[in-house]
Write a protein of this length. Sequence first.
Length: 263
Amino acid sequence: MDANDLRDLGWTSEGPDYRGSRFHVRYVAHIATHRQGGVANLVTDECRDTRYAERMLQEWARDALKHSGLSQAELARRLTAHLHRAIDRAAVNKMTLGKRAIAGDEMIAIEEITGFPAPLENADGLIKVPMLDSLVSAGNLSPREPVKPEDVDRYVAASGLPPGDWIALSVEGDSMDLVSPPGSVIFINRADTRLVEGGFYVVAIEGDHGTTYKRYRASPEHFAPYSTNRDHGPVIIDDAFRVVGRVYRTMLDIGPHASRRGK
């Protein structure tokens, strides 16, 4: 780009001294900012915000350790037991120095272990979702009742979920294994109870069915399995039922310890 190009775009000689020739990088940045506010600043601001968030997490990791009185080695040992994957002292040390990213589930685990609140506002939309100990616990919740602490097995990290009232459950059995194999974690929005054809829901049904995770079918109205196992049949809606919430996400940990979580 040269001065003639700018004149063709309606630019005058005001502003930086373009010298009627090729432009230095800093002049092009000035042009981008002046011509389209925020274009040049956007990348700069994003980098600055990222660095700020990294520093905040680094300081938080150090403060959490200090608050708990734990050594880096002991925190590493407890994280390994909590997350079912190997985290050594060197990894914890790198977290406190800002040389290693802290994953969402690691943040929540550190919060639970140390009792020091995690700064989720600096974690790109990360939220802490209570994972209930069973489908029964989910079914026993009244529509507007908050989750009881005694029903929470642990907390799991999630990002990118829309606003809602979220709970998580671990899937047992194979009635939904085409989408959620045994051991999967499903995220349920309790604020979304409107039945939509083909949607996946956790529902509490009176009678023998109890609380179940199934796919809704409107014609004829029933809740269907989504399984490789043909022994599972549909749940015909003859009894009163209540929608606990719609399942928005299913997640499966296929790490070496994943078999411990599913049955």
